[in-house]
Ligand binder design. Structure first.
Ligand code: SAM
Length: 293
């Protein structure tokens, strides 16, 4: 990126904040990146090139947007904070392929935004340093909206990244792991120190890459019911699936039917939700759906 004035240096970030009299809002998760090495890792993991597009959520003052605009053919960045829009107009002025949209990503019609902005682009990835207070709702919206995405590469809280990537039997494995792994193949790219942000967050951070699958790894007839079963199995982590599913879907009188059903599926009723694989949840939700009508 020689020749371009870098945005994400400690000095330029401080200068821009001072010049615009900006007070960063903790409530909007405003922790800005000031480290080129970390930015290169994020952008590198996204596999961008001039034929591809990038959707950024929360561009801040443009630290990551600048790197995306250099690599990708088209960048669209959605920022909730109106105060940052004039700053972005200034910092991104040299990048005509970057468009800033003012709005809350959770309220944005992303299918429409894609149709309006990414025509002629071969693949689109989401690349972002996410506001930590809404990480999970944002990721779930991206996945459930079934957008035609290639990768989702995001900086998030380390603990949430570990939950997304956790395998069955691990203590971090839960309904978030299953939801993410149903749609994507997760890979932990890097654990990041506090010192790469202004101001420094008080939680550990990590970059995670979610490669979006062409199709889920299991066949599920009713996705909503599949996720309902998964949620139910983790209602009380210390309880067995027999107890958790029993309280959710059966009565005292019919609960023995659940025991039979689990045995037929070769799933020990005394197991806990955190030990079941995604394939086992698929079989279980299919059989339960048939049983319950
Ligand atoms: N990308 C910049 C960087 O790396 O320096 C800023 C990242 S900062 C962690 C998160 C950004 O997301 C902030 O600019 C914040 O205003 C913005 N933001 C917070 N909630 C948002 C939402 N619901 N929709 C869009 N942007 C949001």
């Amino acid at each position: 990126m020689s020749g371009d004035e870098l945005i994400a240096t400690p000095k330029r970030t401080q200068d821009l904040i001072r010049k615009h009299g900006l007070t960063l809002k903790k409530s909007l998760g405003q922790n800005f990146l000031i480290d080129q090495n970390t930015l290169q890792k994020i952008v590198g993991a996204a596999e961008l090139d001039a034929s591809k597009g990038a959707l950024e959520i929360g561009p801040g003052i443009g630290a990551l947007t600048q790197h995306l605009a250099v690599r990708a053919g088209k960048v669209v960045a959605v920022e909730i904070d109106q105060r940052l829009i004039p700053i972005l107009q200034e910092t991104l002025e040299p990048y005509p392929n970057a468009t800033v949209v003012h709005g809350d990503v959770l309220e944005t019609d992303l299918a429409k935004l894609f149709a309006e902005n990414f025509q002629g682009v071969s693949r689109v990835s989401v690349v972002a340093n996410l506001p930590y207070y809404v990480t999970t709702p944002i990721i779930m919206k991206l996945l459930e909206d079934k957008l035609p995405l290639e990768n989702i590469v995001v900086m998030i809280q380390k603990e949430v990244a570990e939950r997304m990537a956790a395998r069955p039997g691990k203590k971090d494995y839960g309904s978030l792991s299953i939801a993410v792994q149903y749609y994507c193949e997760p890979e932990l790219v890097a654990v990041v120190p506090h010192t790469v942000f202004i101001p420094q967050p008080n939680v550990d951070s990590a970059v995670i890459k979610l490669k979006v699958r062409d199709r889920p790894p299991v066949e599920v007839a009713d996705e909503a019911f599949f996720f309902e079963v998964v949620q139910a199995a983790f209602t009380q982590r210390r309880k067995t699936i027999y107890n958790n599913l029993g309280s959710r879907f059966f009565t005292k009188e019919t609960k023995t039917e659940l025991e039979k059903l689990l045995q037929q599926l070769d799933i020990d009723p005394s197991r806990r939700g955190e030990t079941l694989s995604i394939e086992e949840y698929a079989r279980l939700s299919g059989a339960l759906r048939q049983f319950l009508g």
